[in-house]
Design a protein around this ligand. Structure first.
Ligand code: ADP
Ligand code: MG
Length: 247
């Protein structure tokens, strides 16, 4: 698990408002390639909004965001470029219910990357094997368990060959027995050197996989550290309170 000295994501004094509500306040964050960052914090603290800004699912109003050398401005071409580099996995999987697993995985490679169908299917099979559900390829999302659907969602992202993966509470909607099968896939990705930003409260995952844990509260990054120091010696009262509630 190597961390390069190249920058994957740079956020520089990023601010965002939803109407009057100041949701992100002066977010400064530099992510090196190969970093595995866990983001935690109370509900409503701005975690989802922050990572959604990285692939422009949300627009920031002040400050700079640069992803893999591309600055996010209103330029739609650049937004497309960034979205090709950045994969995202959501809490509720967001698979297309009316498409088969295979079709879910090949849709973007065929239509966005202009890949021939056969090639896209080969790649999809490769990733479905990696997440250990190749036999589900012909089924529809509704026929799969939550854990299987989330593994499909990860495979679907990987089919676009992203350089950065964003995870927004990928295991929060899963029954306990399915959490591990999804975390195992994420651990595998980390071991291969994927740059990852994961919003999660799976602190076991944070301890074993993250090189850095970030704590957010009320739209700010309050504290960040390597996992051992973060958990054993939190500095801020808000971090201590949060950890005492979830651990
Ligand atoms: P977290 O992921 O940490 O729970 P979010 O980033 O989802 O927090 O939300 C941060 C705050 O912004 C919350 O108070 C939420 O209600 C608010 N918020 C999120 N999305 C919107 C939106 N589209 N419009 C208005 N307010 C929003
Ligand atoms: Mg959230």
């Amino acid at each position: 698990m190597e961390i390069s000295d190249e920058v994957a994501v740079e956020m520089d004094k990023v601010n965002k408002w939803f109407g009057e509500f100041h949701v992100l306040r002066d977010i400064n964050l530099t992510v090196q390639k190969g970093e595995r960052i866990v983001i935690c914090g109370p509900s409503g603290s701005g975690k989802s909004t922050m990572i959604r800004c990285i692939n422009r699912l949300e627009e920031h109003q002040k400050g700079r965001i640069v992803v893999d050398g591309i600055e996010l401005t209103g330029d739609l071409k650049k937004i497309d470029e960034v979205r090709r580099e950045v994969g995202m996995v959501f809490q509720h999987f967001n698979l297309f219910p009316h498409l088969t697993i295979m079709e879910n995985c090949t849709l973007a490679p065929i239509w966005v990357r202009k890949m021939p169908k056969k090639k896209a299917e080969e790649i999809a099979m490769h990733y479905l094997e990696r997440v250990k559900i190749p036999e589900q390829a012909h089924k529809y999302p509704g026929q799969l368990s939550g854990g299987q659907q989330q593994r499909v969602a990860i495979a679907r992202s990987l089919c676009m060959n992203p350089r950065i993966m964003l995870f927004d509470e990928p295991t929060s909607a899963l029954d306990p027995e399915m959490i591990k099968e999804v975390l195992d896939v994420m651990v595998g990705l980390a071991e291969e050197g994927m740059t990852m930003l994961c919003v999660t409260h799976e602190m076991g995952f944070a301890r074993s996989v993250a090189n850095r844990v970030i704590f957010m509260d009320r739209g700010q990054i309050v504290e960040q550290n390597e996992p051992k120091a973060f958990f054993e010696n939190p500095q801020h009262e808000r971090t201590k309170l949060f950890l005492s509630q979830i651990l």
